[in-house]
Ligand binder design. Structure first.
Ligand SMILES: NC(=O)c1ccc[n+]([C@@H]2O[C@H](COP(=O)([O-])OP(=O)(O)OC[C@H]3O[C@@H](n4cnc5c(N)ncnc54)[C@H](OP(=O)(O)O)[C@@H]3O)[C@@H](O)[C@H]2O)c1
Length: 269
């Protein structure tokens, strides 16, 4: 597994993390496989797990807590506060509830899930800084923030900084290349790429067989290798199938050369 530094911190996060949207099933058999998938990923070297208070009505966080309980300190847990909970008191309450569901005393990265134009970002960030001060949150991040919103969030902080923006990014979804990605590269803000496998709609028919053979890769692996190529991007594919998790881990070591990277990029302009 390869690692990248989170923003300008000394924190190392795996270039391939694990997303857990729609995970945390209440069906015992499904949940067992989901839990196994996460454990397989951790064993294989992944340390970044992404969840949210809203995922499966909190069951995703509960399952993550269950998966990491014997190795909490070696895992980097990223969770999110929902856009309806961005008032000062609500952020604090949401964090407390997430800590309880995750069975932990701290969250590594607490992210604002979506901006909420009805609530001043300054109020939200004041609560985030209080959580950092109290040792309940280690780093602050945002998600689905435009460049303007990201800059506003940065300005709203006085003692901490925004270390990451979690946004959709895959070979099929390239909107962030216009402004967010270059800004984040320049400012060393980590981009956490969500839906890097286009939610499972893998364009196998477009990816050239020549490249699959050259890298001995599956289309999904090439998509991931492509996504994490910019120096400040890590990806959080969701995989509830342990075999998929292992394939995703293997993609972390696949270094696309410049020509192939450009070729793949050009096929999905
Ligand atoms: N911040 C936000 O607003 C936001 C929005 C969307 C997502 N996210 C985060 O990003 C994570 C990932 O995004 P996503 O869940 O939308 O979709 P995704 O990761 O792009 O795609 C997930 C799909 O890909 C399949 N898959 C995984 N590995 C594979 C492999 N090696 N080969 C073939 N298929 C594979 C999965 O199947 P199996 O499950 O069967 O393995 C699943 O159907 C989420 O879980 C969540 O944590 C955040």
């Amino acid at each position: 597994m390869r690692f990248k530094y989170l923003n300008r911190t000394k924190e190392k996060i795996s270039v391939i993390g694990m997303g857990t949207w729609k995970m945390g099933s209440l069906d015992p058999n499904t949940r067992k496989i989901e839990l196994q998938s996460i454990k397989v990923g951790l064993e294989a070297g992944i340390n970044l797990i992404d969840t949210a208070e809203s995922y499966s009505l909190g069951e995703s966080e509960r399952m993550v807590g269950e998966a990491v309980k014997e190795k909490r300190d070696s895992v980097f847990i990223a969770t999110k506060v929902s856009p309806d909970h961005l008032r000062y008191d609500d952020v604090i309450k949401s964090c407390e509830k997430s800590l309880e569901r995750l069975s932990t005393s701290y969250i590594d990265l607490y992210q604002v899930h979506w901006p909420n134009p009805r609530i001043p970002i300054k109020e939200t960030m004041r609560a985030m800084e209080k959580l950092v001060e109290d040792g309940k949150v280690r780093y602050i991040g945002v998600s689905n923030f435009s460049l303007t919103q990201l800059k506003e969030a940065e300005e709203a902080l006085s003692r901490a900084e925004i270390v990451s923006n979690q946004v959709e990014y895959s070979i099929k979804s390239r909107a962030i290349e216009k402004d967010i990605l270059p800004y984040a590269e320049r400012e060393k803000i980590t981009i956490i790429a969500y839906s890097p496998l286009a939610r499972g709609n893998i364009p196998a028919d477009i990816i050239p067989q020549e490249l699959l053979d050259k890298y001995k890769a599956t289309p999904a692996q090439l998509m991931l290798a492509w996504t994490i190529r910019p120096q400040n991007v890590v990806a959080i594919p969701k995989a509830a199938n342990p075999q998929h998790v292992l394939q995703n881990v293997a993609a972390s070591d696949m270094a696309l050369d410049d020509a192939d990277y450009s070729w793949l990029s050009s096929l999905f302009q």
